[in-house]
Design a protein around this ligand. Structure first.
Ligand code: ABN
Length: 181
């Protein structure tokens, strides 16, 4: 029997790798992964919750006590807001400026309201489709996490899922009382 030399071995390995990568089975496996991945995106609770808000306007729960200054970075609900305040850009703390569209995906923070001492879950939706506002830039990072904890990362342009990815400003929507520890 003839022994394979080093060069034969290298050729054989790379030929096998090419065959593996271009096989029908490999293609179908990749396609399957892609389809399953795409199908699960709308199942994400964040994505669905925020899409409803963006479509239907937003009703916040009743919150006791003084409302505070919505144009200030120190306003309690802005505790994890990294971006320009919609309320300084023609919108309000809960609505985007005219002509801007709310992002259906968001990041979530937990902020304490000093007026009633309760912690609230806050959804930070970016306002998209208009050029950057440039007023009231806040860099509040309470509970901010690295990018691999996606729903808690505030340093991302969440307009990436919108028709226009242009970032204008950000709103802070109170989702409800945080019941955790
Ligand atoms: N989510 C606010 C934002 C937008 C663009 C870039 C960084 C942060």
């Amino acid at each position: 029997m003839q022994h394979k030399n080093w060069l034969d071995g290298r050729f054989e390995n790379s030929a096998r790798q090419v065959a593996r990568r271009t096989s029908r089975r490999h293609f179908l496996a990749r396609l399957g992964t892609l389809l399953v991945g795409a199908a699960t995106i709308p199942l994400l609770p964040l994505s669905r919750a925020a899409a409803q808000q963006a479509d239907a306007g937003f009703n916040e729960p009743d919150i006791d006590g003084e409302a505070g200054d919505a144009t200030s970075c120190n306003y309690w609900r802005h505790c994890a807001l990294d971006g320009f305040l919609s309320s300084c850009c023609g919108g309000t703390a809960t609505s985007c400026p005219p002509g801007a569209e709310m992002s259906p995906i968001t990041w979530i923070g937990t902020c304490r309201n000093p007026a009633d001492g309760l912690n609230y879950l806050i959804s930070y939706n970016d306002c998209c489709g208009k050029s950057t506002c440039g007023r009231c830039l806040c860099d509040e990072n309470e509970g901010d996490r690295p990018i691999y904890v996606t729903p808690k990362t505030n340093d991302i342009n969440w307009c990436l899922a919108n028709r226009s990815t242009a970032y204008n400003s950000t709103v802070a929507l109170v989702l409800g009382v945080y019941e955790g520890d």
